[in-house]
Design a protein around this ligand. Structure first.
Ligand code: TRP
Length: 461
């Protein structure tokens, strides 16, 4: 055997034989790593803040349970029962069901969605890395008084500066490249085994810090006291849309990871575990951030700037703010990294098989082209800050089209595929580990999931 065979033997092979993760918990950790990301730590606190807190949180929890978990079970099943990338997974199952082979297109759409999301995700992840750097450097804890004008100005100058944006997004992209190109086991599994425990540890430290220094009671009231009079219909749509995004659904990540999941693990338990961890982290992030926000009398509904404008202001005034602020932004970076890994893997897995490429080559091509596409997002924040699509900038349009259009189509198509196209014996094979769950799963995937997406689509129109 040549050394080349040795090097690549433990990775996806081009004849469709796929590597399966060794660790029993790797799938749960990797999928939780995919799910837990900027969506939980950055977006969830501010959309909860903007939409009135408690009542919004309840609607969000209902969405995860009624619609997120069934869809996640479907995606894990599609991946695991075929052990293929998302395109070939749909293709194989459709073939066996005697359905139109064009169902493959849904897999293609999902891979495209993850690719496009990653192209702007790396830019925002670059902000986190940059903020880690400047916080650790003492930018917000220097002797000069730090006020909103200062932290707001810092954020604005970052967005206005393409060179810094590119530098930090490229550093982030290269780290993702290094992990993915090292393989499913030696790269992803190894990285996840380190990153996820570190992430949990940092979150625990921060919530302790926040409880010790902030107004914890006000935060608990804000997040868990449901005042339904504050709930708008728009808030409901935001909650449905966010439940797709936060669980990494309808975008090939979970299908692709499902292909690497051991055959004996229960799909139901796994889906509940992943959704549970994701929800817990979102709520914990709220409990780490809002006590400080209330302690300082700041606005909980400050929007996207909550993290990059309000928090640095708080850290500038807190005991050990430089240290804990750095930990906070480092945690954001790690959370973004585990999500980025899951956003890159679907394209790489597909390229490898479609063009019989080596993993390293497939990862290299993906990385290089992503960098080019990411420039669109970078420039739309400064020198190309003009509407290109329905009055939206390139960045906003990408975010909107992936999260609202592509993911809605992907979700409804996946539900129809599992609920109506696949034959019962195929479902039996998919859920061989949990046959008792099939009737309930079928009910949800046939009626409940399409109903949710229909509400979302009608609302969007
Ligand atoms: N779920 C992650 C977050 O909350 C982001 C993410 C990872 C994602 N993979 C995805 C979003 C696939 C949509 C689709 O930040």
């Amino acid at each position: 055997m040549s050394t080349e065979n040795l090097t690549y033997a433990d990775q996806t092979t081009t004849d469709g034989g796929t590597k399966i993760w060794r660790g029993k918990l790797t799938f749960i950790m990797a999928a939780a790593g995919s799910a837990v990301g900027l969506g939980n730590l950055w977006k969830f606190p501010y959309i909860a803040g903007e939409n009135g807190g408690g009542a919004f949180v309840l609607v969000y929890l209902a969405c995860i349970l009624l619609f997120g978990i069934p869809l996640m079970m479907a995606e894990i099943g599609i991946g695991r029962s075929t052990r293929h990338n998302a395109v070939d997974a749909f293709g194989t199952l459709a073939g066996k069901a005697g359905a139109n082979p064009l169902w493959k297109g849904i897999g293609g759409l999902a891979v495209t969605t993850s690719y496009l999301i990653l192209s702007f995700y790396i830019v925002v992840a670059g902000w986190c890395l940059y903020y880690f750097w400047i916080t650790a450097n003492g930018t917000f804890t220097a002797t000069t008084t730090v006020d909103t004008a200062f932290t707001g100005g810092t954020f604005e100058s970052l967005l206005a500066d393409p060179v810094t944006l590119i530098t930090f997004s490229v550093i982030f992209l290269l780290i993702t490249f290094a992990i993915i190109s090292s393989g499913i086991e030696k790269g992803i599994e190894k990285a996840i085994n380190w990153l996820m425990p570190s992430l949990m540890l940092m979150l625990a430290v921060l919530i302790g810090y926040s409880a010790a220094n902030g107004n914890f009671e006000a935060a608990v009231n804000f997040l868990f006291n449901a005042d339904f009079s504050k709930l708008s219909s728009e808030a409901i749509f935001i909650a449905i849309g966010h439940s797709f995004f936060t669980l990494s659904l309808a975008s090939a990540s979970i299908i692709t990871y499902g292909a690497y999941m051991p055959a004996k693990s229960s799909i139901t338990k796994t889906a509940f575990a992943v959704a549970g961890i994701d929800t817990l982290v979102a709520l914990t992030a709220g409990l780490a951030i809002f006590p400080l926000v209330f302690q300082f009398g700041l606005e909980p509904g400050a929007g996207p700037g909550l993290m990059f404008i309000s928090l640095p202001l708080i850290f500038s005034d807190m005991p050990y703010g430089q240290l804990f602020g750095s930990v906070f932004f480092f945690m954001l970076f790690i959370a973004a990294l585990t999500s980025a890994i899951s956003l890159m893997e679907p394209t790489v897995a597909w390229l490898e098989r479609r063009f019989s490429l080596r993993r390293r080559t497939a990862t290299f091509l993906t990385t290089l082209s992503l960098w080019v596409v990411s420039l669109g997002t970078v420039f739309s924040l400064n020198i190309w800050n003009s509407p290109v699509f329905f009055g939206k900038t390139f960045f906003d349009a990408l975010d909107y089209v992936t999260a609202n259009v592509f993911m809605s189509i992907g979700a409804i198509a996946t539900a129809v595929f599992c609920g109506y196209v696949l034959k019962r014996p195929q479902l039996d094979a998919m859920f061989s580990t949990d046959p008792q769950a099939i009737p309930v799963f079928r009910f949800f995937i046939r009626y409940v999931v399409p109903a949710f997406v229909a509400v979302l689509v009608i609302a969007a129109l």
